[in-house]
Design a protein around this ligand. Structure first.
Ligand code: GAL
Length: 879
């Protein structure tokens, strides 16, 4: 017999057994415990039963109309998406622990088929693709997992998660009633389920997985396909259920999901959603915490007040499981970004930023929301809400259980005005577009619009790492390497040729220009027309870059029509077509074409139009540098690198650059500032950081107010700046010295100005109202066991290795503005700066109670005051 596979690292936990939460304890299974022969383990087993009140002994996950039921207990479950390949295994534990500290119960991830099975039957589950290690990290933290197997995942991931080879399986048609597709999908789903079973990762075997998803948002796609769509969906559901995982399956955005599969909601709000059967719980599988970014577009933010409002609205309606998509978005390393044009950063404005750092106030405000919801859990799981009107646009949702629990949600849907409402004979003030949560039906512990936690501003600061010994290698396009090329008449679809082994495909043809052409004697130059289905195009005439054109995510088609510099005799026209991530969404997107599909024609020659579409075209898949593996750290010598002393002046297109650097000190996350470059890909020690492109963001960045329905165009940032300037370099990819950076630049840029920067907290702000004795709903700093009203405190926290070095702004009174733009209002306590400085300077964290007595005297009696602080964080001086 073996030791039970508890997730705790040592047995010391037995001694501290009772402090463990029911959530943690529910991971223990009868099966696991039975495997031991030690007497103490039997004692432990009995204690587990007492603690859980586990009637059925076996670990079970079921559901009813109210909630997911784990070991007989209905649960309100708070979940967050963290996609394992979008960070490194070295980051996982920290991310998961931060998620846990943020109040999450569940970590959700998709399973990304194309990284696991790059060629048919050859599986990869190592490094960033180590799904089992990721799930065991979740388990070790005492959290549950929701495994969205898909295997179609969408997710702004290359080809929606499907391997490109799947497209070339004879007779295949994706996501419909088609045998080859169903066979492949079943094969992969089974592979994953069996792997989970053999690792005992389903909850019923003592593991963390409590839920699985099959397909993804198939509802509208299936409807468009009619009977075939319905048959496929039913087949997928039956196939999944037949795998007997022991835990429920969900299908998101699938109104007609057959029993026992739970249909779930995705969106910015899901309070209008109800499952398709009265015995199914209300689940929100994707609460969009922000939005993804496209090259050339702005950054989308979702105000946390609105996100919290959306969640509270869902819970008050009777929702019992919600998942933030994303909780940590991370990075689309390599060529994993879907597309086209999804940025390498998948930050998503998530509570944990791309680098895994806590984003404030988003993280902290949601954490407070989670605490408030958990306080309501006993009432939420045992009663249906009773809805009463409190005004025109105000409502109360009250959960009052037979066992005496009562929780209330007071909502104000008015987007402009606060509302004073009367509930249970008490007055409550509700800010616009907000919900107050009263876990005892009397005291407000949380309001979605009142952000009590600090906001933190992060900046990219220089490091001491210098990039040195620059060398270059020109992607030589004058000589054609016969072994890697072929010639046919006509234009070929790009992915059919490259099989997505490279972003790049060369289309090359020759044009003979007669010396009698009139443009050669001062006439107007001919124009070259190239029509491409995307995604980017570089036109070279006789080895010189003539021009480029780019599609957009919305319109991938490119029409290039520019003057070209032809010479008498033979001219070589080389078109470099660049794929920027294969599509991940849209009806039968696998059939969408990429590359130069034509027509290609010359205009303005004496004979008139010369159509080149059916000329002889020579194809070369990928770049020579790729073929020679210039990025590989051990085969650098296969290429003749040139000393790069003049590279800053030359700014040459189609150039490989290489440099060395030592790892910078410290442990802050690192990034490359690529703003001096054009477009390409970059590698560190042979690992791809991703695609870079200094495309400037267009859009409307007028700022936004949290109130009112959110849509991504509402709150945009970064207009007029490069959409993405910084590219995450995971610390774990670096050696202390002699790291290699290799990049391929398509357009031209100055690599000597690339910098390795570190992400650091530079400013923290706090902004909080005083407690008002006549109003019952000001933020209560602690709402622990006693329910006692404490005076609110502002907390400032710079983070490890940083201390508060200066106070930029402090005002107790009626200050104006937001973090970074605070100003004194008409009321201001003159002691504000002194008080804060005394408490905070030189400290990593400080707290100041908001009370008149702290500031000498009341600066404006009878006025509701706030304390507003902006502090500067700087590296702690080491003694
Ligand atoms: C959803 C989809 C996700 C993701 C999201 C947008 O519709 O299910 O996979 O693509 O949109 O980020």
């Amino acid at each position: 017999m073996t030791i039970p596979h508890f997730y705790t690292p040592s047995h010391s936990f037995i001694i501290f057994f009772f402090p463990f939460s029911p959530l943690q304890l529910q991971h223990f299974c009868f099966n696991s415990i039975m495997e031991t022969n030690s007497v103490s383990k039997w004692v432990l087993f009995i204690l587990v039963l007492i603690q859980l009140g586990c009637q059925n002994i076996q670990c079970t996950v079921t559901y009813d109309n109210k909630a997911i039921v784990i070991n007989g207990q209905r649960r309100i479950l708070i979940s967050g998406s963290i996609h394992y390949p979008r960070s490194t295994p070295e980051m996982w534990e920290d991310l998961v622990m931060k998620a846990k500290q943020g109040g999450l119960d569940v970590i959700e991830t998709y399973v990304f088929w194309n990284v696991h099975e790059p060629t048919p039957g050859n599986y990869v589950f190592e490094g960033r693709y180590d799904l089992v290690r990721f799930l065991k990290t979740v388990q070790k933290a005492g959290l549950y997992a929701h495994l969205r197997i898909g295997p179609y995942v969408c997710a702004e991931w290359n080809f929606g998660g499907f391997p490109v080879w799947l497209k070339y399986v004879p007779g295949i048609s994706f996501r419909t009633d088609n045998e080859p597709f169903k066979r492949a999908m079943k094969g992969f789903t089974e592979k994953i389920v069996n792997m989970m079973k053999s690792e005992k990762l389903f909850e019923t075997e003592g593991g963390p997985i409590i839920l699985s998803q099959i397909e993804n948002e198939y509802g509208s796609v299936g409807k468009a396909l009619g009977v075939a769509g319905h048959n496929y969906m039913t087949w997928a559901a039956n196939m999944a259920v037949g795998l007997r995982t022991g835990v429920p399956w969900v299908m998101c955005k699938q109104d007609d999901a057959p029993d026992p599969i739970i249909n779930t909601c995705n969106g910015f709000y899901c309070d209008a959603f109800s499952p398709n059967k009265p015995d199914k719980p209300t689940i929100w599988t994707e609460a969009w915490s922000g939005w993804f970014t496209e090259f050339g577009g702005p950054i989308h933010e979702r105000p946390v007040q609105d996100l919290a409002f959306g969640v509270a609205r869902f819970i008050q309606k009777g929702g019992s499981f919600f998942n933030y998509y994303m909780y940590h978005g991370g990075t689309n390393f390599g060529r994993s970004a879907g597309g086209p044009f999804i940025t390498t950063s998948y930050d998503y404005d998530a509570p944990l930023d791309e680098y895994g750092l806590i984003r404030q106030p988003k993280y902290g405000h949601l954490k407070e929301l989670h605490k408030a919801i958990k306080q309501c859990e006993p009432a939420l799981v045992s009663a249906d809400p009773r809805v009463t009107s409190l005004g025109n646009l105000q409502q109360a949702h009250v959960f009052s259980s037979e066992s005496g629990h009562c929780a209330a949600f007071l909502a104000n849907y008015n987007t402009n005005n606060a509302a004073k409402v009367m509930f249970n004979n008490m007055h409550y003030t509700l800010p616009p577009w907000s919900i107050s949560i009263l876990p005892d039906c009397t005291n407000v512990v949380f309001n979605t619009a009142k952000v009590g936690v600090q906001s933190t501003q992060m900046e990219m600061l220089p490091t001491n790492a210098e990039l040195f010994t620059w060398e270059t290698y020109n992607e030589d396009l004058t000589t054609v390497d016969d072994s890697s090329t072929f010639t046919v008449s006509g234009l070929l679809e790009q992915v059919n040729v490259t099989r997505d082994n490279s972003d790049y495909l060369w289309y090359t043809t020759n044009v003979h220009v007669d010396s009698s052409e009139s443009f050669l004697r001062g006439g107007e130059h001919p124009k070259l027309l190239v029509q491409s289905t995307g995604h980017a195009l570089h036109v070279f005439i006789n080895g010189e870059l003539s021009g480029s054109a780019f599609g957009t995510r919305e319109n991938r088609r490119i029409t290039y029509k520019e003057k070209v510099n032809l010479r008498p005799g033979n001219n070589k026209i080389s078109l470099l077509s660049v794929a920027m991530g294969l599509p991940n969404i849209g009806g039968h997107y696998e059939t969408w074409e990429t590359g130069v599909m034509g027509p290609v024609a010359l205009y303005g020659l004496d004979q008139g139009k010369q159509d080149l579409s059916w000329a002889k075209w020579t194809y070369q898949v990928g770049l020579k540098g790729e073929a020679m593996d210039v990025i590989s750290t051990n085969r650098m010598s296969s290429v003749e690198w040139l000393q790069g002393s003049l590279i800053a002046q030359k700014q040459q297109p189609l150039t490989w650059h290489k440099a060395s650097f030592n790892a910078p000190e410290g442990d802050e996350p690192l990034a490359l500032d690529m703003s001096s470059m054009g477009k390409g890909q970059v590698w560190i020690n042979g690992q791809s950081i991703g695609r870079y492109w200094t495309a400037y963001a267009t859009g409307n960045c007028q700022g936004c107010h949290y109130a009112g329905s959110y849509r991504p165009p509402k709150c945009q940032l970064g207009c007029g700046q490069p959409t993405q300037r910084w590219y995450h370099v995971p610390r774990s990819w670096l050696k202390p010295t002699d790291n290699s950076l290799v990049l391929f630049e398509e357009l031209g840029g100055d690599p000597t100005r690339i910098q390795l920067v570190k992400r650091s907290t530079t400013t923290v702000c706090a902004d909080m109202f005083e407690y008002h004795p006549n109003i019952k709903d000001w933020h209560i700093e602690s709402f622990g066991k006693t329910q006692e009203l404490h005076r609110p405190k502002v907390h400032l926290h710079c983070g490890p290795g940083l201390t508060i070095s200066a106070i930029k702004f402090a005002s107790f009174g009626t200050p104006l503005g937001t973090c970074g733009t605070f100003q004194q209002g008409t009321c201001h306590a003159p002691t504000s700066y002194d008080v804060i400085q005394k408490r905070c300077i030189g400290k990593e964290a400080c707290a100041v109670t908001i009370a008149n007595s702290n500031f000498g005297q009341d600066p404006c009696p009878n006025k509701l005051k706030r304390l507003t602080v902006e502090a500067v964080c700087a590296p702690s001086t080491r003694g």
